[in-house]
Design a protein around this ligand. Structure first.
Ligand code: 2BA
Length: 108
C-alpha cells in the first residue's frame, strides 16, 4: 500500500477528484496554503495499492496544468542595505507529488 500526497492548484482539484472517483480511487481533499505564495492550494491524500500508483500519477499528469503566478510581494535587501518590495513571476505545478510507503491501512 502507498499513500500518494498530491499538492495541486485549487482550480484543478475538483476535476482531479472527479477523475479519481470515476476510476474508483479513494481520496481525501484538504484545504492547504503554499508557504511561498501564501495562497490557497489543495492537498489530496490517495491511499492506493502499489501496482496502481502509476495510474493515479497519470490522472494527476493529465488533469493538472502548469501556471505562471505573481508573488504578492517580496522583500529584497538592496545594495545600500534598504528594503524593496517587488512582485515577480513563478511557475506553479502542475502538481507536487510525494509517494510514501504505508505501514498499515485499516478501518476500525
Ligand atoms: P508555494 O510554496 O506557494 O510555492 C509556489 C511556487 O513558488 C512554487 O511552485 C515555486 O515555483 C515557487 N517557489 C516556492 N518556494 C520558492 C522559493 N523558496 N524560492 C523561489 N521560488 C519558490 P511549485 O514548486 O509547483 O509548488 C507548488 C506548491 O506545492 C507550493 O506552494 C507548496 O505548497 C507545495 N510544495 C512544493 N514543494 C514542496 C515541498 N518540497 N514540500 C512541501 N510542499 C511543497
Amino acid at each position: 500500500m502507498k499513500l500518494v500526497i498530491a499538492i495541486v492548484h485549487d482550480e484543478d482539484s475538483s476535476k482531479l477528484v472527479e477523475q479519481l472517483n470515476k476510476n474508483e480511487f479513494r481520496v481525501t481533499k484538504l484545504a492547504s496554503t503554499g508557504g511561498f505564495l501564501k495562497s490557497g492550494n489543495t492537498t489530496l491524500l490517495i491511499g492506493v495499492e502499489k501496482e496502481k500508483v502509476e495510474s493515479v500519477l497519470e490522472l494527476v499528469r493529465t488533469t493538472c496544468n502548469t501556471r505562471r503566478e505573481i508573488t504578492p510581494s517580496s522583500t529584497l535587501i538592496g545594495e545600500a542595505g534598504g528594503y524593496l518590495s517587488m512582485p515577480f513571476e513563478v511557475t506553479v505545478g502542475g502538481a507536487t507529488v510525494f509517494v510514501i510507503d504505508v505501514e498499515q491501512y485499516m478501518k476500525v
